[in-house]
Design a protein. Structure first.
Lengths: 166, 604
């Protein structure tokens, strides 16, 4: 009992107001149910520790989820690399050529089987050439002015509205 | 003692459970509480003693034991950098492959184990036993980076418990197979570059591993929240090559066809951008697949375009012409007689076809008709010192600096060793050894107004984040000869293709300039092998602003052996297809467009 009363003084704010004020009835009640008082105080004292353990447990749980996700990412990256290698091998020119000739009966064009066709200047400027960036074409093959780009911004796309690369 | 007379009433009426309740029953809980307190305090004291024992007295050894169990240091691998072609198509990538290991101490019956595992891996049992012995008692590799599908699953299906395990290891893979195998090279078991670009750029390609420490839970799972990276891993740099997968394929296909058709010992084609020195293709026949480099003899692992030397033959007359004009020793109007053979310092020099003779040839004629006799006379007028100086100026006798391993310097003997007709022989490319890349760079200078480039295979080196960390392609060009002289020699080269020995190199719609070469092949004894030749053709296209410089070398052709017959057609096919691929428009499109189905070659 003495020990309990001492603890009550240590944590006075935690006690209900009526207990803290200490009427005769309260004191009597306290004397009558010492275990309840002790348990209540102990519960309040232990509460932060329980909260801490819960937080740590939650962190560990999230950590396991992160671990699983990391393993999934690693597995997916491995798959991606394998698929990239497979795709590259499937796109190898020798393989495509072999399939084209054996399955489709195609053959390499001769010197006179390919014709160069003169195109209007505007069209030829926009033609795709290996190694050339065609991601930002000009408007209608010409150098676009400010108002045209502004108009394009609202009517077409932002990419077309950007100034053409020099 | 408070004695009370019997029958006396107390001042307050007794109430059960009240303050004046009988003393007997109220003492019992107090006693129990006292006992409980003693027990509790005793237990607490014992716990405190135990805690002091664990936390203070035996703290050191127990701490170390706990750290060993819970704390783990994890090695974070740095991935090897990729190699991609100039369009970003992957040529060398990393894939995970299964490796099989054993714990020899856990193997109960080694013979049965060796038979079972050997069967699953396709290895003889004695080899498995040998590998078990090679490792220590706790670990031995049985097979690294398995290529065979399902081998690891077969091992798992054996259910051999802890005696055998499967681990994933990164393996280098070359998705295009043998394409550019000589250029790319390969890596060894421990991911170290052993040949080609893999060797040359190994320090950049190789990733740096990192170290991470983390705690583990009771069942060995890593506690992510305790992770701490001690050293960050760094992935290797990515090499962006000047090589083009498609042009490389075209060159490899054509050189293989030509070499097989000529029943040659070997074939080589190098395609370069003469303006920048960027190598677009190095095709070698026979080649090898870097995925299975062990299957090929080690001689094939090198890149003969830089590591092998050969006598260039008549293609070297271009150097002679450039030196003669640039030094002023010869003019375009000077003329010589070519009777088919000539005697110099007691030795007879003759043309490739001795029956052929010309009454009067100027320098352009000597080049166009590849006159050895004419070249010998021009060299005589030029003199040894001047000739040697120009040979050195064009870069012969020293490595070009190309970023491939094992580059040879070629063999240019000092003037003191030029005895007999050595000067005249060198004038038409005999008695001097060059690498294919040296000759291509030298001839390219003639097509680019006398400016020589540094050949290179790597355009850009990028770090793992994609930032450019170096650009070997940005090497400056240097002048070798006067621009006017280069133009004059280029015009001679055009004549060679238009009406000389190189007519089979003509590409319809494009102006080609080139030179044929046919050299005798020196044998092991140092003398020329009878009937063994090296046929070659070097050219640029389209003139006057060349996009491609191509050298074709066919070693040891049977039957026709002249460069104009064996190598020039290969040049034509490579140039024609590469120009179309690069969308280089022909000069005369109406000519190309006419009779669109006239040239129907049979399917190969």
């Amino acid at each position: 009992m003495l020990a309990v009363e001492k603890q009550c003084r240590v944590y006075p704010v935690l006690l209900p107001e009526s207990w803290a004020e200490g009427g005769e009835a309260t004191r009597r009640r306290r004397r009558r149910y010492p275990v309840v008082s002790a348990l209540t105080i102990a519960a309040f004292a232990v509460l932060p520790f329980i909260a801490y353990v819960a937080a740590v447990s939650n962190a560990a749980h999230i950590g396991y989820q992160i671990l699983h996700l990391s393993q999934d990412i690693a597995a997916l990256e491995t798959d991606h690399e394998r698929l990239q290698a497979t795709a590259s091998s499937l796109k190898a020119p020798s393989r495509i050529e072999q399939l084209a000739s054996s399955r489709l009966g195609l053959r390499s064009p001769g010197a006179r089987q390919i014709a160069a066709i003169h195109l209007p200047r505007a069209a030829s400027e926009g033609a795709a050439v290996p190694g050339q960036d065609v991601s930002r074409p000009d408007l209608d093959g010409r150098q676009a002015g400010f108002w045209q780009r502004l108009g394009a911004y609202f009517t077409r796309s932002e990419a077309q509205a950007a100034p053409a690369p020099r | 003692m408070n004695r009370r007379p019997p029958g006396a009433r107390s001042r307050q009426s007794p109430r059960p459970g009240g303050a004046d309740a009988p003393q007997g029953p109220s003492r019992a809980p107090s006693r129990r509480i006292g006992v409980l307190s003693v027990v509790w305090i005793t237990a607490l004291v014992l716990l405190c003693i135990r805690m002091i024992d664990l936390q203070i007295v035996r703290a050191g050894p127990l701490g170390r034991l706990a750290a060993r169990q819970q704390f783990e240091s994890v090695r974070l691998p740095g991935r090897r950098g990729l190699i991609v072609d100039r369009a970003g198509r992957p040529l060398a990538v990393n894939v995970d492959a299964d490796s099989v290991y054993a714990v020899p101490r856990a193997v109960d019956a080694p013979d049965a184990f060796a038979r079972a595992v050997g069967g699953a891996l396709g290895l003889p049992a004695r080899e498995v036993r040998a590998r078990l012995r090679r490792g220590g008692p706790y670990f031995a590799w049985l097979a690294r980076r398995l290529l065979a599908e399902g081998a690891a699953d077969r091992i798992r299906a054996l259910h051999l418990g802890p005696a055998v395990g499967v681990a994933a290891e990164a393996r280098r893979a070359y998705p295009a197979g043998p394409l550019a195998g000589n250029v790319l090279g390969f890596t060894g078991t421990d991911d170290a570059g052993l040949a080609g670009l893999e060797l040359q750029y190994d320090p950049l390609l190789r990733g740096t591993g990192g170290v991470e420490v983390a705690d583990r839970d009771a069942i060995g799972r890593e506690l992510v929240q305790t992770e701490r990276i001690v050293t960050s891993p760094r992935d290797g740099a990515t090499l962006v090559l000047t090589l083009d997968e498609m042009i490389q394929h075209i060159a490899e296909r054509e050189i293989a066809l030509a070499a097989r058709r000529a029943r040659a010992r070997a074939g080589l084609a190098v395609v370069m951008d003469p303006q920048t020195g960027g190598i677009l293709a190095i095709a070698v026949w026979p080649s090898f697949d870097p995925n299975r480099y062990q299957d090929a003899p080690p001689q094939r692992w090198k890149s003969p375009a830089v590591a092998d030397v050969y006598e260039p033959g008549s293609t070297f007359k271009l150097i002679l012409a450039a030196a003669a004009l640039d030094s002023g020793a010869v003019t375009l109007n000077d003329r010589w007689t070519d009777p088919g053979k000539i005697r110099i310092n007691g030795f007879t020099i003759h043309d490739a076809e001795p029956a052929e003779h010309f009454d009067s040839l100027n320098l352009a004629g000597i080049i166009t008709y590849s006159s050895n006799v004419g070249a010998a006379q021009v060299a005589t007028r030029l003199g040894k010192a001047t000739m040697e100086a120009y040979i050195r100026r064009f870069g012969f006798g020293r490595p070009t600096g190309i970023d491939l391993p094992g580059e040879a310097a070629g063999l240019v003997r000092p003037i003191a060793e030029w005895r007999g007709p050595a000067l005249q022989n060198i004038a038409f490319g005999q008695g001097i050894s060059v690498t294919p890349i040296q000759l291509l760079v030298a001839v390219s200078a003639l097509a680019t107004e006398g400016l020589a480039v540094r050949p290179h295979v790597v355009a850009v080196v990028r770090d793992a984040e994609g930032r450019t960390i170096s650009a070997p392609a940005d090497a400056p060009r240097h002048r070798v000869i006067d621009a006017g002289v280069a133009g004059q020699v280029l015009a001679m080269m055009q004549n060679v293709v238009r009406e000389g020995t190189g007519v089979k190199a003509q590409v319809e719609g494009y102006a080609v300039a080139g030179k044929t070469g046919t050299a005798q092949r020196p044998g092991r004894s140092g003398h020329y092998e009878p009937g063994a030749y090296v046929a070659s053709f070097v050219g640029v296209v389209p003139v006057p602003a060349p996009r491609l410089a191509v050298l074709v070398v066919i070693d040891g052709p049977h039957g026709a052996y002249f460069g104009g017959d064996v190598a020039a057609p290969v040049f034509r096919e490579i140039a024609r297809q590469a120009l179309w691929y690069l969308r280089v428009p022909p000069e005369d499109t109406t000519q190309a467009a006419s009779s669109p189905v006239e040239d129907l070659r049979p399917p190969r």
